[in-house]
Design a protein around this ligand. Structure first.
Ligand SMILES: C[S@@+](CC[C@H](N)C(=O)[O-])C[C@H]1O[C@@H](n2cnc3c(N)ncnc32)[C@H](O)[C@@H]1O
Length: 834
């Protein structure tokens, strides 16, 4: 019989006995008691701060300790001390682990940049974290500026310290997590031992509870250590081996007293310490094997003949720049290092100084290296399925049957295929000839995806040759509506023609007009694509001449033309379009001068706003570049790089026109004012022509084409099919002819020569022709007079005209330089008149 736990009956009175009687204590068996404590301890390890845990600790500590217990407690105190020391060492190991982890994921490893960075990390202040962040380009320009331009070492030090403290915590936590998980798993395997242990003396329960306390303290200590500064790390080089020996001896004694989970814990800690030691040694070896970078003298620089040496120096300088304050030569400024790096990069990768400088403004040193390396490699061959004729699955199947090894280009495209290898030329397969696909770079799919053309729309591709993007637009329009395909280069338009026939495109009208004047001819488009001519800085792997030939004048010329084309393209758009009013501007250049800067210019001069491109990858456009600050919405634009996306370097921006009116403040301020008059002249008629430059090639061909044929419409197609009448609710204001005709007035069939003119082009074409005729008549009369004078003077017949300067053969018509009638012709005319 015993007392009841809770007396339900009301007490009769506060008797002395009743008052002093404590609550009954249930006597557990030894097994039960041990089990209870073990469970409690395990719970305490996981949640040391929980209420039940604290209660157990209180309960345990209130007990009086036996002699044996005290001895063991002492021992544990000593072990605890050792554990603390191990913790300190572990931190160093974690640091090493962190470096390894970074190496695993950092793309810089490909170029061995990380190694040199590590080296300089080691050489520098020990304990200093890495300062060069990962290669996400989000703030690439900013990073670039920090590393290339900043000379403020104090700031840098602070930044690094903060970054380091922040950066360490997760590694520590994850290590601990792993640690505990391993401990748990080992605990399972030791469960048999646990059962045996619990059968030993009842006293042990209390001791174990104490050891849990100790363990808990250890974790607390660990956290504290993780948070505190690690200035005194260098002093912690204790003898690990000694520790190991001691540990081994003590292990035998301690393990008897320890729970399996504690033993496992201890084992793991030891393993961690061992690994850390090894990592430390490895790092020290690596650092010792390489010397600190010494800035080369002018003589040494002049003597450099081996590209391998240049390559090593590039990596060394990047290593110094990544932790400048620690690794620099105090007598050298950051500028000197940056200059050396630029020169070496120019030498190693064959760039001119100007162009390399531009790239250094965009990228951080590490990312620049990745870009340069990636630009040396060819991009994978990609093709676009022509959805007008086949499906991607079917096309892939038939090409695989021909021994072509391919895959879908990525989740982002439904039409693209990447070709790894092919036993047959891709431009000569029956599928190619049947128009089932177009050979097209992966990045060139992006602007059209951003444009998102719809059926039955009226769309303009302003700079279209050779027609990769145009044919994609036509396919998305499903051969409905009208697609105006324009290019200033007639020769290049021939390729468009061939491609369109092969691909079965029937809704296109091809024109050959200077894009700058397109709005004089036609307006009111639902969508416009401006894939502008550019320096080609994103496609260096395709045209390596860009590296050495581009100058500031080329870049300036490009962005001037791009600005003018963009303003015209916006003017061609209809803000009142029921479906669109969208414009996509793209270039295969990565220079902000040709991209964000051009867009920013247009935002200030027309009623347009930036809208999302709809592309779910790519790097955000820059909002700041050097001293320039662009519109904050520039983030909506997208940049693509060879080193991050394995695509050609590309820029895509999408604009929406919200009003057709041109802001008054800028109407009085023509764009031409931005471009020096002599520069404009040069753009139209380059005096010096570099044949390696496709940009000039276009101009030569354009001039040649103009000489041969003055008709702008080179080819017209049959009337577009599948045009659903009445699907358009409202159309932008059109001229009489365009209102009736879905092509907007441009003839869609027959020979261009038979057509009077394009819509709105009558005036534009007739006026200059009249002017030219008048001038020619004047000129003829002048020459006639001169001839008469000469004949009178010499008294003999003129068999040919006097020699005329080359420039006299050139005439300006409608603001465009055209080759007029040659002198021979003039003389012929003169003869006729005579
Ligand atoms: C980047 S390429 C276009 C590539 C084309 N969008 C494609 O996907 O195949 C630029 C084109 O602009 C043309 N171009 C250059 N100046 C022009 C101008 N003033 N007006 C119209 N087209 C021009 C060039 O002839 C060249 O074909």
């Amino acid at each position: 019989m015993g007392r009841k736990v809770n007396l339900e009956r009301p007490k009769k009175g506060p008797g002395r006995k009743a008052r002093k009687q404590p609550e009954p204590v249930f006597q557990f068996s030894k097994d039960e008691s041990a089990y209870r404590h073990q469970v409690a301890r395990m719970f305490c390890v996981a949640r040391p701060a929980s209420q039940s845990c604290l209660a157990i600790h209180r309960e345990d500590s209130n007990k009086k300790l036996s002699r044996h217990q005290k001895e063991r407690l002492k021992k544990r105190e000593i072990t605890k001390q050792k554990l603390k020391e191990e913790q300190k060492k572990k931190k160093t190991a974690k640091k090493a682990t962190k470096v390894v982890v970074n190496n695993t994921f950092d793309p810089a490893e490909i170029f061995n940049v990380e190694k040199s960075r590590q080296k300089y990390q080691q050489l520098g202040q020990k304990g200093k974290p890495q300062s060069v962040a990962s290669n996400g380009h989000q703030n690439g320009a900013e990073k670039g500026r920090n590393l290339f331009d900043s000379d403020n070492e104090m700031d840098e030090d602070e930044r690094q310290t903060t970054a380091g403290v922040k950066g360490k915590a997760p590694v520590k936590k994850s290590q601990m997590k792993k640690f505990l998980q391993q401990a748990e798993s080992e605990d399972e395997s030791d469960s048999d031992e646990e059962d045996v242990d619990s059968d030993v003396e009842g006293e042990e329960d209390d001791e174990d509870a104490e050891s849990v306390d100790g363990e808990e303290d250890d974790y607390d200590d660990e956290e504290e250590l993780g948070e505190e500064e690690e200035d005194d790390e260098d002093d912690d080089d204790d003898d690990e081996e000694e520790d190991d020996d001691d540990d081994d001896e003590e292990d035998a004694e301690d393990d008897e007293d320890m729970l399996p989970i504690e033993a496992a814990n201890k084992k793991l800690k030891k393993r961690m310490a061992r690994e850390q030691k090894e990592a430390d040694e490895e790092m020290a070896d690596a650092a010792g094997n390489r010397e600190r970078f010494v800035f080369p003298t002018d003589e040494e620089l002049a003597q450099t003949t081996n590209l391998q040496d240049v390559n090593i120096r590039i990596k060394d300088v990047i290593g110094v720049l990544s932790d400048f304050s620690a690794n620099r030569d105090p007598e050298r400024s950051r500028c000197e290092y940056v200059d050396l790096l630029r020169k070496d990069l120019c030498l190693y990768y064959s760039y001119n100084d100007y162009f390399m400088g531009l790239l250094m403004n965009i990228f951080s040193p590490n990312e620049l290296l990745e870009f340069l390396e990636a630009s040396e490699l060819q991009r994978p061959v990609t093709i676009r399925t022509n959805s007008l004729k086949t499906r991607r699955r079917d096309l892939a199947q038939s090409l695989i049957n021909r021994g072509i090894n391919l895959d879908p280009i990525g989740k982002w495209s439904k039409e693209g295929l990447v070709v790894y290898s092919s036993q047959v030329p891709l431009g000569a397969t029956p599928e190619y000839l049947a128009g089932h696909y177009m050979l097209q770079g992966g990045s060139s799919l992006l602007p059209v995806m951003a444009l998102a053309p719809e059926e039955n729309e009226r769309i303009l591709d302003m700079c279209a040759a050779p027609g990769g993007k145009s044919s994609h637009i036509a396919a998305l329009m499903k051969n409905t509506g009208v697609l105006f395909v324009n290019d200033a280069n007639k020769e290049r338009l021939r390729a468009v023609l061939g491609n369109f026939h092969r691909l079965g495109i029937q809704n296109a009208v091809i024109t050959c007009v200077d894009g700058i004047k397109y709005s004089d001819i036609m307006k009111g488009f639902d969508r416009v694509l401006l894939d502008a001519p550019c320096t080609g800085s994103g496609v260096i792997s395709k045209d390596p001449s860009v590296k050495a030939t581009k100058t500031d004048i080329d870049v300036q010329r490009c962005y001037n033309l791009q600005r003018r084309l963009l303003l015209t393209a916006i003017d061609c758009l209809s803000a009142s379009s029921s479906t669109g009013g969208y414009l996509v501007y793209s270039t295969c250049s990565i220079l902000p001068e040709e991209n964000e800067w051009v867009i920013d210019f247009a935002l200030k001069r027309r009623n347009v706003r930036l809208v999302p491109t709809g592309l779910d990858f790519g790097v955000e456009g820059m909002t700041r570049y050097g001293a320039h600050r662009f519109h904050p919405m520039m983030k909506l634009t997208r940049r693509f790089y060879p080193h991050t996306h394995n695509l050609d370097g590309f820029f895509v921006a999408k604009l929406q026109k919200f009003s057709d009116a041109i802001p008054k403040s800028v109407t009085d301020e023509p764009v031409e004012d931005e471009v020096p008059e002599e520069e404009q002249e040069e753009m139209k008629l380059p005096k010096k022509i570099d044949k390696r430059d496709w940009y000039y090639k276009d101009i030569i061909e354009e001039r040649k084409a103009q000489r041969e044929d003055t008709n702008h419409v080179v080819k017209v197609f049959q009337k577009p099919t599948n045009v659903k009448k009445g699907t358009k609710k409202s159309k932008p204001p059109q001229t009489e002819s365009s209102a009736k005709d879905p092509t907007g007035g441009v003839p869609v069939s027959g020979d261009a020569k038979q057509q009077p003119s394009m819509n709105g082009g009558k005036k534009q074409r007739t006026v200059p022709v009249k002017k030219t005729e008048a001038r020619e008549t004047e000129e003829a009369l002048r020459l006639k007079k001169k001839l008469q004078q000469v004949q009178e003077q010499n008294g003999k017949k003129v068999g040919g005209g006097p020699r005329q300067s080359k420039n006299n053969g050139m005439k300006k018509a409608g603001g465009r330089v055209q080759k007029g009638a040659s002198f021979k012709k003039k003389v012929g005319k003169v003869r006729k008149v005579k």
